[in-house]
Design a protein around this ligand. Structure first.
Ligand SMILES: [Zn+2]
Length: 188
């Protein structure tokens, strides 16, 4: 899938990175979910790192997205775009699915979850896209269970009150410092 967000508008990595962050803001449910653009100290090293490395990261996320598509027949797949972005601490989320954009947008904070679990995070957000719902109810559970079977992950159990546990299913292992990856200090 073409990565529309990484169009080289400038040869300067910082400018490209900042431009990228502003574009991800426009795809977020609320722009302030991507708030780093307002941090004068952190945004210089992080935008520079993004300018140099985001294409490779997004290529990995697109491979995760494709693996999810492969769990469904072509006519069951919806149009989805996926991008990595550092998400604000205050929202307490690792990823999001914005059903209001066309194509549907998934944003993944690759700094919050260890690289081995990025696929799990993408599976969760993909289930929202496939269910067409931001909630964690029956329809979401059904899409998620289908994906889990495709990835040989134990599917969630259907039980009353399962919405709460589905919010963080499958479980993803967190990183110590969500911004370390974005500063180029990640090991992934
Ligand atoms: Zn969710």
């Amino acid at each position: 899938m073409a990565n529309q967000l990484a169009i080289a508008t400038s040869t300067d990595p910082f400018t490209r990175g900042l431009d990228y962050l502003y574009r991800t803001r426009s795809l977020a449910l609320e722009p302030d979910i991507v708030d780093l653009v307002y941090d004068p100290d952190k945004r210089i090293p992080i935008c520079t790192w993004i300018g140099n490395h985001i294409d490779a990261v997004n290529a990995q996320l697109n491979a995760c997205l494709q693996a999810c598509h492969n769990c469904f027949h072509p006519w069951e797949q919806c149009a989805i775009q996926i991008f990595a972005a550092p998400l604000a601490n205050s929202f307490r989320i690792d990823g999001l699915c914005n059903l209001q954009t066309d194509p549907i947008t998934i944003l993944i904070d690759v700094g919050r979850v260890i690289p081995e679990d990025w696929q799990l995070l993408v599976i969760h957000e993909y289930a929202h896209a496939h269910a067409g719902s931001p909630g964690h109810h029956q329809k979401f559970a059904k899409s998620l269970a289908h994906l889990c079977l495709g990835f040989a992950i134990v599917p969630p159990e259907f039980q009353p009150g399962m919405e709460v546990s589905l919010r963080s299913y499958p479980n993803c292992r967190p990183t110590q410092d969500p911004l370390a990856f974005w500063r180029g200090l990640g090991n992934g």
